[in-house]
Write a protein that binds this ligand. Structure first.
Ligand SMILES: Cc1cc2nc3c(=O)[nH]c(=O)nc-3n(C[C@H](O)[C@H](O)[C@H](O)COP(=O)(O)OP(=O)(O)OC[C@H]3O[C@@H](n4cnc5c(N)ncnc54)[C@H](O)[C@@H]3O)c2cc1C
Length: 407
């Protein structure tokens, strides 16, 4: 293993890989990325891949900015690598079933206007041609966001990694970081299962394990591992073409759908979210491609909603439920920036939107690390925003679950 590097990224999920690509693009060759398993085998491999351009009528501007960068990044990756980066701009529908939520869609439209996000309000009948296989009889209005879509995680990360390597990044898998040397009050080196690498810059992109990695340097990281699940049906007859089927959300039911390989992905947030701190000394993401047992009772609500919205699902079977861990913060916003330890940075806490935000997060941090500032003002994502509470697991968990329950 090379004994020194300008920067070491810990974590080969979508956020770490995006950062490796953007650091390389900014001219930092020889950046090392270390992943304890194979790439993406933490949370990224089982993402549902929805790319949501804004969170809601009161949603933060930074989300629109970061997610809005994905199409340009995908085009850049395609041109540089010749690979399909997996971005599918199929558009997104949000349905309102009540007068209150029609008003919410109107507020969403005003916010979209402020943020420069393309959005068109439509009546139910004008929505039919976009979603001919959905039952829209209870729909009062819809918002059509043509810039939304989904991303195929394997393809997206594959293109990021190919691009990163072209720009000189050194991506190593099967290497676990076991220590961070901060002798003298600043980062000096990382200790790994394969030796020591001297470096002045370490980025903690360890997803749901970011707290454990921060602890190696004595830095509290306000990330809580939480569980999230979605179901996938068998292939429908006729098969649903995911590349021409808009994604669909019903915010008042906390429920969403999209096409995937001829089938449908059915997901949603739940009013009673669950934390996933491992027992004893175990760390989150310690096992590759780890999944929790499906929560059938919680999924039953989504399955019922899906069958009502898409009547042909009455004949369909559920093929699998993906119930996995993701990294959530007390306010639901990622952590992106320097920590209190000079040389240690964080890019984690992507939560429910980490795939959509990863491209922008990588660009933002790479710019900041290499030039000392970033084009985007993202102070809302500063890692130290929770102060000393960052080390209080009970406080973090209570706040994170309360925030997640409201999404
Ligand atoms: C069921 C589910 C559905 C989702 N759906 C969506 C969606 O539709 N849209 C969306 O935008 N987002 C979605 N997400 C969220 C998104 O998938 C995540 O935010 C994103 O994948 C996180 O990427 P990451 O790089 O931060 O973390 P990860 O992919 O977990 O990567 C972190 C990596 O760090 C490695 N690591 C940890 N410790 C060490 C160490 N000591 N040494 C070396 N390596 C280490 C881990 O092995 C892991 O591979 C979903 C999440 C879940 C769970």
């Amino acid at each position: 293993m090379g004994a020194s590097a300008p920067a070491v990224i810990i974590g080969g999920g979508v956020i770490g890989c995006s950062l490796a690509y953007h650091l390389g693009r900014a001219g930092w060759r020889d950046t090392v990325l270390l992943e304890q398993h194979e790439l993406t085998e933490g949370t990224t491999w089982h993402t549902a891949g929805f790319v949501t351009s804004m969170r809601g009528p009161d949603g933060p501007g930074w989300h629109a900015r970061l997610a809005g960068y994905l199409p340009a990044l995908a085009a850049m990756l395609r041109a540089e690598t010749g690979l399909d980066p997996g971005w599918r701009p199929v558009g997104g529908l949000r349905l309102a079933l009540s007068h209150t939520h029609v008003d919410e869609l109107r507020r969403l439209a005003r916010r979209a206007d402020e943020l420069g996000v393309p959005l068109e309000l439509r009546g139910a009948s004008a929505t039919m041609n976009l979603a001919p296989r959905l039952d829209l009889t209870d729909v009062q209005a819809a918002a059509w966001l043509p810039g939304e879509g989904f991303v195929r995680p394997k393809d997206f990360v594959g293109a990021l990694v190919a691009g990163a390597r072209t720009h000189g990044a050194d991506i190593r898998t099967g290497v676990r970081v076991t220590g961070i040397d901060a002798t003298g009050g600043a980062v000096r080196a990382v200790h790994t299962s394969d030796g020591v690498i001297e470096t002045p810059v370490v980025v903690n992109a360890a997803g749901a394990a970011a707290g454990a990695v921060g602890a190696l340097a004595g830095v509290g990281v306000p990330v809580v591992p939480v569980l999230h699940q979605y179901g996938v049906t068998d292939v429908l007859q006729p098969a649903l073409d995911p590349d021409t089927t808009p994604t669909c959300r019903v915010p008042e039911q906390q429920f969403y759908l999209r096409g995937a390989n001829g089938a449908v992905i059915i997901g949603g947030s739940r009013p009673d979210p669950v934390a996933a701190w491992p027992a004893g000394d175990a760390e989150p993401l310690a096992k590759a491609r780890d999944l929790a047992e499906p929560d059938d009772a919680a999924f039953a609500r989504l399955w019922q909603l899906a069958r009502a919205r898409m009547p042909e699902l009455a004949q369909a079977k559920l093929a699998k439920i993906m119930h996995g861990v993701e990294a959530y913060t007390p306010d639901g916003a990622p952590l992106a920036g320097p920590t209190t330890l000079p040389g240690l940075w964080i890019a984690a806490g992507g939560g429910l939107h980490g795939m959509a935000l990863a491209g922008g997060l990588g660009r933002h941090l790479a710019e900041w690390i290499t030039t000392g500032s970033s084009t985007w003002d993202l102070t809302a994502l500063l890692p130290d925003r929770f102060g000393p509470s960052a080390t209080n697991r009970d406080w973090l968990t209570t706040r994170a679950l309360a925030t997640l329950a409201r999404t």
